[in-house]
Design a protein around this ligand. Structure first.
Ligand code: ATP
Length: 281
């Protein structure tokens, strides 16, 4: 089986420093791949590179990002825009800033269905209603009339999950999709993403710093530090038997969702210093 996403030797840098160092990873159809690492590891940069939305200060200096065999980095911007939202969709980190505050939920949710899938206004609203039902939003008719600020954070994220799945994309990139939510809502939203992913058999690239989240929904994981891949493999295997000293330290530093009272050990500074020397940071 050929991978849906196949990143090969991707490097990127700012004017002053490397951000991604020879990153390779592949995600097979229907699989959930986690990008894991602490802040600054380069997780979001990889996600943005796939989506073609790298900030102006970061340039790709080498490598390829194949999506179903097509190198996204070699694609004309207009062709890339055709894929985004339709074949490749995003569940963003902050639902409030990702929705237009001045437009009703219904109008925002139906845009893609009308403009990209060619549905009539009526058909798009019917589909939006059914999508809101799928993400367990009560009274969907009323919610379609609301503005984003009238919804809770969890509701807004459900709307964005509905939007991400609305055009049956082959890949969804979820960039820390539960970080902005409070803990009980995080669990519900995570379960929703997992259920939707399984039902639609969508390939999912899941950016997170939370190993508890990885354990719950990701089939495989890629551990990053300083823009470099340190370890990659099946989640269960890595969590049970991490090969990289950094992954071991990251595990020791993470609260276990099944044993939250256990004391945590921060990643040792000596290990970070050694890693930075190895990577050449
Ligand atoms: N617009 C930018 N200009 C310059 N450097 C940037 C820019 N955005 C990110 N960086 C740098 O790129 C590196 C990787 O950042 P990135 O956001 O990909 O990490 P991350 O693993 O997603 O971390 P976080 O969880 O904090 O978002 C960091 O050193 C960051 O400071």
């Amino acid at each position: 089986m050929s991978p849906v996403i196949d990143i090969k030797n991707l490097s990127a840098r700012t004017a002053v420093s490397p951000i991604l160092r020879d990153v390779s990873l592949s995600v097979n159809a229907g699989e959930v791949m986690a990008l894991v690492g602490e802040s600054g590891a380069g997780k979001s940069t990889i996600a943005k590179a796939v989506l073609g939305i790298l900030p102006a200060g970061i340039k790709v200096t080498g490598g390829n990002i194949f999506f179903e065999g097509t190198d996204l980095l070699a694609l004309a911007p207009a062709k890339l825009r055709e894929l985004l939202g339709v074949r490749i969709a995003l569940i963003p980190q902050d639902p409030l800033t990702s929705l237009n505050p001045a437009r009703r939920i219904g109008d925002q949710l139906t845009d893609g269905l009308r403009l990209r899938a060619g549905l009539s206004r009526k058909a798009a609203f019917d589909r939006a209603l059914s999508l809101l039902n799928d993400v367990h939003i009560r009274e969907p008719e009323r919610v379609l009339q609301r503005y984003p600020h009238e919804l809770s954070g969890g509701m807004r994220q459900r709307v964005l999950i509905a939007q991400a799945f609305s055009l049956n994309p082959h890949v969804i990139i979820a960039d820390e999709p539960t970080t902005a939510l409070d803990v009980t809502v995080q669990k519900q939203v995570l379960r929703l993403i997992r259920d939707m992913q399984r039902e639609h058999r969508t390939t999912l690239l899941f950016v997170t710093h939370d190993l508890g989240v990885v354990a719950q929904i990701c089939d495989r994981m890629t551990v990053l530090y300083g823009g470099k891949v340190l370890e990659q493999g099946a989640t269960a295997e890595i969590l049970q038997n991490p090969q990289s000293p950094y992954t071991r330290a990251l595990l020791a530093a993470s609260p276990r969702y099944d044993q939250p009272e256990q004391s945590l050990k921060p990643v040792p500074e000596a290990l970070i210093a050694e890693l930075r020397r190895e990577i050449g940071m």
